[in-house]
Design a protein around this ligand. Sequence first.
Ligand SMILES: Cc1cc2nc3c(=O)[nH]c(=O)nc-3n(C[C@H](O)[C@H](O)[C@H](O)COP(=O)(O)OP(=O)(O)OC[C@H]3O[C@@H](n4cnc5c(N)ncnc54)[C@H](O)[C@@H]3O)c2cc1C
Length: 205
Amino acid sequence: MSGIELASELRESRTDLEIILYDRGPRILRNFPEKLSNYIAKWFRENNVNVVPNSLIDKVEQGTIYNNGTPEPVDIVVWTAGIQPVEIVRKLPIDTNKSGRVIVNQYHQVPTYKNVYVVGDCAALPHAPSAQLAEVQGDQIADVLKKQWNHEPLPEKMPELKVQGFLGSLGEKKGFAYIMDRTVTGRLAHILKSGVLWLYKYHNG
Ligand SMILES: Cc1cc2nc3c(=O)[nH]c(=O)nc-3n(C[C@H](O)[C@H](O)[C@H](O)COP(=O)(O)OP(=O)(O)OC[C@H]3O[C@@H](n4cnc5c(N)ncnc54)[C@H](O)[C@@H]3O)c2cc1C
């Protein structure tokens, strides 16, 4: 997602650059409806951004990127392929998933240390890490802590962690969104994204 936004912003500000977007999946945003992928792919085609599907970047060297072992000359590489928990978390003697995120129980506690809660990008959760997900999880942790402080029993089953969806921009005018199982593309999606950014800015003072 960050790669899509960056490539589109870069294209609009620098028409002279050759921009290549390496994507791990067979199509952009492979876990979401094809309509979104097609919309974004069309924008990139029309704006001369080369998207390379099924990529696996195995090495980056000064001036060269290796995709599935094949070297490609590049001037600059911007890595937007996700993040991993900080080293201190990765090295803890507790169970983590293959991305190094800590496996938590439904109360967001480390199963072997129930007084330890893990929230946000360091936690192994059923959705991709996002600020939105961290907020929902944070609310649930606050509820659990309140119950414990009041010596109340914890619910047998915690509510499902629900995220509203996502919003992305394609340059200064267009955008794409997946909200409540619906896809939105074009100008409206861009307006929605700008609105949310404005709200967050206002909310955080
Ligand atoms: C480019 C980009 C764009 C994004 N866009 C969106 C978006 O549009 N919508 C969305 O929902 N999410 C977005 N995300 C993801 C979102 O930013 C993260 O999922 C969210 O910030 C995770 O919250 P967190 O509290 O787990 O981690 P963070 O917000 O990263 O906070 C972790 C904090 O811990 C501190 N820290 C780290 N190590 C230590 C240490 N050893 N000691 C003390 N402090 C430490 C860090 O300095 C940091 O302040 C984006 C992420 C990136 C990188």
